[in-house]
Design a binder for this molecule. Sequence first.
Ligand SMILES: [Zn+2]
Length: 352
Amino acid sequence: MSAASRDTEAEAGSGLRLAAGLDWLDPLLDHLLATVRGHATLLHGAPGDGTHDLAWRLGQAWLCEDRHPGVRRPCGVCGSCRLFRQATHPDLHALLPEERALERGWPVEIKAGRKPSRQIRVDDVRAVIDGLSRTSGRGVGKVLVILPAEAMNAVAASALLKTLEEPPAGTRIVLAAAEPARLLPTILSRCQQVRVPTPPAEQALRWLAGQGVDQAAVLLQAAGGHPLEALALQASGIAAARWLSLPRQLAEGDPAALAGWAPPAMLEALGKLCHDAMALAAGGGPRFFAQAEWPGGLELRRLLSWQRSLQAFARHAEHPWNEALLADALAREAHEALRAPRRAASGPGAPA
Ligand SMILES: [Zn+2]
């Protein structure tokens, strides 16, 4: 079976929403299937490189029921793979924040009037442990997917320790984390850690072109080389042309420069812009906005003060901002940091 068939049902309307065609993950998936022996595997990598999608696929492959030699698992077509994709497999368990569950198409019940949680809560952990203690529905084993593992608070993580060490018979656990250093050492010591690499730019660009992304190189650079993040930028309305015009628009004080962006996206973009402006002011090259039109006369002193202010905003990124007021305030600050320097008075009396 070819690698492409792994994505057979990737575009199905209902059920789990997984990204299709992430072929840079195939060799690692094959390697994991051939070598993983422990109960718990921790995938260490950026979500923008497909790390979360790999975690789901690994779980799907463990449950896949096509055991014919030469078949690349997950086969995508057996009964188990179908149930997996519909998120109705009786032996598939998952822990993810409610907000992420909704994005992924993983079933969650959220009481009316309550906002979806951004954390994995201890009650969720207890419910999953209870589910894992029951007999396997299809007899192939049980799988628990946890992502991002950093979303477990200390209480939730502690509740999971015993299961990580000694899971119920036939259970395999896969976790994903961008920053394993933020996990409890007791969690880390119970997992086999595997690094998920960023794909080579050429492969990432091919995938982005296949997703209909215009000027994929600009957005891939904007996303620091992480292709799924580049696709998300375009999906959030930040096209390449808009990205490239951002430094000049802000330097010129265009009040509409940030209009329509969600606060986290605004703060992320401005952080990258500030990083690049400081690199340029210090005589280096930009990293995220290489092809952009840059204003002249960048001054490190003004950029440093802008950076401090952005860091203060970023600490409150989840605050329920009024988006229009925030966009306006941030655009004014950016203008002050990026505008051309005010000329000293010149004329007959001015010093030479
Ligand atoms: Zn299968």
